[in-house]
Design a protein around this ligand. Structure first.
Ligand code: NI
Length: 169
């Protein structure tokens, strides 16, 4: 297992559109376990491959309090959406910032597991938000894209400044 480096906004690599996973081999299983380790260590409730600079359609998550319910969604597809809700979201790629985002309240998703087998899940609340947030990453989209340009620009400038300070240190 290994901790992976998480890209931070406004890194242009976060804008890459991920490609479908077609090979379900040992390398994929290693990537999945490294992504879980990285997510739990951060700590976060979800992580998309895009965030660790791997541009494949794959995300991991665990929204449980006890951190004992890991889920991996490969090539996820939203089949149905219902309702709307607003929730404050954060992102490991936008550290320290939380903004309210409106998303579907309930979703039904089809995805593949690490063996390539298809399954479907219904999700609501935090889990539904998490899946939609992580699936956005696979399209090169970030939660800050939902807020005003002014706010996004302010966050971008602060994170760029932080990065420069880290590089000097
Ligand atoms: Ni995120």
């Amino acid at each position: 297992m290994a901790l992976l480096n998480i890209l931070h906004f406004p890194d242009p690599r976060l804008r890459t559109i991920a490609e479908a996973v077609t090979i379900f081999d040992e390398d994929l299983k290693t990537l999945v376990s490294d992504m879980f380790e990285t997510m739990y260590e951060a700590p976060g409730i979800g992580l998309a491959a895009t965030q660790v600079d791997v541009h494949k359609r794959l995300l991991v998550m665990d929204v449980s309090e006890e951190k004992n319910n890991p889920k991996v969604l490969i090539n996820p597809e939203i089949l149905e959406k219902e309702g709307e809700e607003e929730m404050d979201e954060g992102c490991l790629s936008v550290p320290g910032y939380y903004e309210t985002v409106r998303r579907a309240e309930k979703i039904r998703v089809r995805a593949q597991d690490a063996h390539g087998d298809f399954f479907e899940i219904s999700a609501d609340g935090l889990e539904a938000v998490c899946i939609q947030h992580e699936m956005d990453h696979l399209e090169g989209k970030l939660f800050v894209d939902y807020i005003s340009n002014l706010k996004r620009d302010r966050i971008r400038k602060k994170l760029e400044k932080l990065k420069k300070q880290e590089q000097r240190a």
